[in-house]
Design a protein around this ligand. Structure first.
Ligand SMILES: [Zn+2]
Length: 568
């Protein structure tokens, strides 16, 4: 992330703008940002020397500060301004003119300012000895739409700075790493007790999965469900308002009744199947735009697309706000339900500097194994991270897939080079956009690299074969925080006598052992094992056994659809 940013601190003299500016400067430098502080007093001795305190002179002063701050931000830097800037109109003028404008209202009551009054200025002004003194003998126009308001009379400097950094992170201007918002044990109990007095929203499996993943930090830098501004920007640009890549809206959708309950509440409880799973601090309740969202996220408004269908069936409102989860995600595989911080810890324990993530919702056939091993030739570890949240009903059941993964890793990978963990997300089938989403999630789990094959997260013929790889051209690896490994379909070549792809094998397709998805389904529905060139015998046997038992139970043999080669 190297987009510029102007943090505009406004507030009365003595409210603490300069102190906050100094602390913000330190914190942002630690994050590797280049920071310029434009302090009001300093500006008046240089840039605006000779200007007085009439409205006209004050406005000129602010325009000058705004101009310089805009230059700093224009080069990717951070400008922090600390000037009273009492007039709303000129502040808004600067907002419109500079990139990445974030208004911070540093509020402080006049009583508190008079009590502090280090320079004795308020006392003088109140005695009528200072003309044009803002807040006493000159107006101060409070911001109407400040991105964040801090109150230096009510909170410590540390608390104010933390809230400003939180806001910058939520807007996507900065990323401070994975920070869970997850309560467990007695803490969760206490919050659950408090939650009894909160308005309750009944939520489904998707919202629950999203809330719990927000709680573990898997969607970092997002601290909660997106508000109106974030939602609009993500749809428009595939980024958060501050520029951080984020292609998919993470939204708590509500019907009229839910929206009514959430409006006016400062905090709500989310309940799923009788259990309060999370609380949300309500920031805004806003109407969604399903038509626009469908085209942006799914690149189609065809209601045959499962994502579009889901959107059409959802309530027209959304609630934005920070989430605190009351439990960990539970996918039914407790050994493998690791949070991002736990996966990072496991990576550190193994001493891996690099780790490649592999997304799948299918059994790992030899084509996938090949890609993983090609990556492992160069990288330290593999995070096999199957998506076990909700997928299509005709995808292979998660329990069968987990059995396949265990078998494959035990039989064909060095134990110290692999880590199996579940990804509790649900499938959106958003193709390219979801590929980026999957990469960001794996970045949060500690991956340095991520494998993207052809038609990642695709469905039907909605996405061009390479669209999920091309979309990464819109982002730099630095801003994504993860490097993408693009792969072709792989296959067994009889003449090469090994796994290969069109990038490494010169032989015609007739020499390649390729099975269509239809043929895979056919073989499985007949309870026949898949050929060894296609799937390891142990895996083929698990799938065949699963198919036989599904058949015995009268289930549709089609339920064992397996995408032959695509990783996602
Ligand atoms: Zn060949």
């Amino acid at each position: 992330m190297s987009r510029g940013l102007v943090i505009w601190l406004t507030g009365l003299s003595g409210a603490g703008k300069s102190t906050i500016a100094v602390r913000l400067d330190q914190e942002l430098r630690l994050l590797g940002r280049t920071v310029t502080v434009l302090d009001g007093d300093e500006v008046r001795t240089h840039l605006s020397k000779g200007l007085g305190f009439s409205k006209e002179d004050r406005d000129t002063n602010i325009r000058r500060i705004g101009h310089v701050a805009g230059l700093v931000a224009g080069h990717g830097g951070v400008a922090i301004t600390a000037a009273i800037s009492p007039y709303r109109e000129v502040r808004d003028e600067v907002r419109a003119a500079v990139p990445g404008f974030v208004e911070v209202y540093v509020r402080c009551s006049l009583d508190e300012l008079v009590r502090r009054d280090a320079k004795g200025l308020y006392a003088k002004a109140l005695r009528g000895e200072v003309a044009n003194f803002t807040g006493v003998s000159d107006p101060y126009e409070e911001p109407l739409h400040a991105e964040v308001t801090v109150d230096s009379g009510e909170e410590t400097v540390e608390e104010s700075v933390e809230r400003i950094l939180d806001c910058l992170e939520r807007l996507g201007h900065i990323w401070r790493g994975v920070r869970p918002r997850l309560r467990t044990g007695a803490e969760a109990g206490a919050l659950r007790e408090q939650a009894r007095s909160l308005p309750v929203l009944e939520v489904g499996p998707h919202e629950t999965a999203d809330a719990l993943m927000l709680g573990t930090g898997a969607f970092s830098p997002l601290p909660g469900f997106m508000g109106a501004a974030g939602y609009a920007e993500v749809l428009a640009s595939g980024r958060l308002p501050g520029g951080h890549p984020f292609p998919i809206p993470v939204v708590l959708r509500l019907d009229e009744e839910g929206a009514g309950r959430a409006r006016g509440a400062s905090r709500v409880a989310l309940r799923h199947q009788g259990e309060v799973v999370a609380v949300v601090d309500v920031e805004d309740v806003y109407p969604t735009d399903p038509g626009r969202e469908a085209l942006s996220v799914y690149a189609t408004d065809d209601t045959a697309h499962p994502g579009v269908r889901l959107l059409q069936a959802s309530g027209p409102w959304a609630l934005g706000g920070q989430v605190t989860a009351l439990r960990r995600p539970d996918t039914g595989f407790p050994t493998y339900d690791l949070t991002p911080l736990e996966v990072r810890a496991a990576k550190a324990e193994r001493g891996w500097a690099t780790m490649v993530g592999f997304q799948t919702r299918n059994p790992v056939h030899r084509a996938h194994e090949y890609l993983q091993k090609v990556a492992l030739e160069n990288l330290d570890g593999l995070l096999l991270h199957p998506l076990v949240g909700e997928t299509k009903s005709d995808d292979i059941p998660a329990a069968t897939r987990m059995a396949c993964y265990e078998e494959l890793l035990a039989g064909y990978f060095p134990a110290e080079r692999v880590l199996l963990a579940t990804n509790p997300a649900w499938m959106r089938y958003a193709g390219p956009k979801e590929a980026v989403f999957h990469a960001l999630i794996r970045r949060n789990y500690g991956c340095t690299h991520f494998i993207v094959g052809r038609d990642h997260a695709g469905i039907g013929n909605y996405y061009d074969t390479y669209a999920a790889q091309r979309i990464f051209d819109e982002y730099t690896p630095a801003e994504l925080g993860i490097e993408i490994l693009r792969f072709e379909h792989a296959f067994w070549c009889r003449r090469c006598g090994q796994m290969a792809s069109t990038r490494t094998c010169p032989h015609p397709a007739a020499d390649h052992a390729v099975l269509s998805g239809t043929r895979v389904r056919e073989l499985l529905s007949l309870g026949q094992p898949l050929p060894a060139e296609f799937t390891r015998p142990e895996i083929a046997e698990i799938l065949a056994a699963d198919a036989r038992s599904a058949h015995a139970e009268g289930a549709n043999g089609q339920a064992l659809a397996a995408d032959a080669t695509a990783p996602a």
